[in-house]
Design a protein around this ligand. Sequence first.
Ligand code: FAD
Ligand code: DLZ
Ligand code: SF4
Length: 524
Amino acid sequence: MADTSDGPVLVPILGDQLTRDIASIRGRTKDDTVILMMEVWDEATYVKHHKQKIALIFSAMRHFAAELEDAGWTVDYVELTDEDNAGSFTGEVARAVERHDPRAIHVVEAGEWRVQQAIEEWPDKFACEVEILPDDRYICPLADFNEWAEDRDTLRMENFYREMRKRTGILMDNDGKPKGGEWNYDEDNRASPKDEMNPPERPLFEPDEITRECIELVEDKFGDHFGNLDNFGWPVTRDEAEKAADAFFKERIEKFGKYQDAMVHGQDDLWHSMLSTSINLGLLDPLELCKRAEQCYEDGTAPINSVEGFIRQLIGWREYVRGFYWRFMPDLESNNALNAQRGLPEFYWTGETDMRCLADSIRSTRDNAHAHHIQRLMVLGNFCLLAGINPREVQDWYLVVYADAYQWVELPNVAAMILYADGGKLASKPYSASGNYINKMSNYCSDCKYSVNKKVEEDACPFNSLYWYFMDRHRDRFEKNPRIGRIYSNWDRMDGDKRQAYLDRAEQFLDTLIPADSSWAHAE
Ligand code: FAD
Ligand code: DLZ
Ligand code: SF4
């Protein structure tokens, strides 16, 4: 639409775009630009986010706005409690257009489908020119992902990851071969935890006045949301995020690889980086982090299995799930290939279960707005898969409870990786496991009320019977799967009574589950 204004360019910066290097700010001049940042009710309430997540995002937004202002930018910052808050991004942009009469709006595409749909309506809604710029903080542009995916029957992260290694040159020798000789050291990422495990503590950042105000705001307006704020120590500025990264590269990357899949009761961080919140907000650049990891290998301060494992998560999994999300949205949200219909158990919100692995993972989730990958995948996720929990309820839960949760990264991990709801587009087999796996990778089972070595008795680990209940239920689908199909010969070797006892025990256990009230995830 033609516009005659000679006003400034309006640059809306969304809550997960907190870097001066974002495409809509980069290259702009300060005297010709108004940066708009908006705390809006729609974003804070489309699910009832963990309290720490809202406090983190608002505090990081406010700090970033202050940083921009200090650097001489004009920032129009709308607080949630501003009297005229319009409640939505589009409503706030409309109000800002009234205030500033911009000649154009430059916005970087949203991370999430819901928000991007709204942004795509702006060219028709506003009289000025609207330019929607690609988000080049990601290493793989969406067009390149689609080109890579186009001719393939199956998408596999490993193939994508190798392409990304070649494209970035990260951890590559000059002759085009992977450094260390192998592409993937996954098998060296699975050491069982040992008694003497003693990981260094990660830095926690004392809330400053801005963060304290955000915490108060959250207690006041979102007091009934899941989680507690007592342990809030997330980095909220680039400086703090860099300190957190420094601590990881100095103290924890060495053992990151070895214990990547380990779980220890009460030890929430282990050797993980705890950087996902900062990366997703835009406070840290993933490619820079990969280069720093590679430098640790070059310097001899971290072994190849740690460095490769860390880099694989960032240029492999993170980029892969983002491409996957945009390729398969909006269908991905409603996929339910395994026809899972059971309600999410209430204990996912209360933590009240005798299953020690689940109770500890939920406790960490509630107290820290965080659980590490293998808890999310092989404890919390595995249970939902085996018990046949409805994907929509599981998606809501994961989106609510983690401080790093944005739908573009949460949904592929939940719908496709843990629940196989996409029918196997993302993963070649379901991540289903009995109690044996959890016992091997953790110290949970030794003090659990259930016995991991028992199969069908009342005090037998529920994962054991649920595992066969799941495999039996989906035999038609998985029997011919080369990666998992041979498990059925074990099932068939058991006598009929034993098989029936497994199925009965699973059903008896499932009957004890109390479904959660939907008000945990959504306002009434
Ligand atoms: P580290 O173990 O130190 O890993 C380094 C980085 O790699 C992470 O910071 C993250 O940026 C990236 N990464 C690792 N695994 C993945 C993955 N599977 N997908 C994408 N990036 C990955 N991560 C999120 O950022 N947001 C989510 O909403 C989210 N939901 C998840 C849901 C499920 C069911 C599962 C199985 C995983 C999910 N993850 C999500 C991925 C992963 O669990 C977290 O990124 C990780 O636990 C964050 O902690 P960390 O920074 O210490 O990670
Ligand atoms: C998650 C979130 C919340 C709780 N609140 C806001 C907000 O008030 N303003 C904002 O800009 N962003 C918020 N976010 C993050 C957005 O949901 C995020 O910007 C989208 O994921 C973009 O797609
Ligand atoms: Fe979890 Fe089963 Fe081990 Fe208990 S026995 S901690 S329920 S795996």
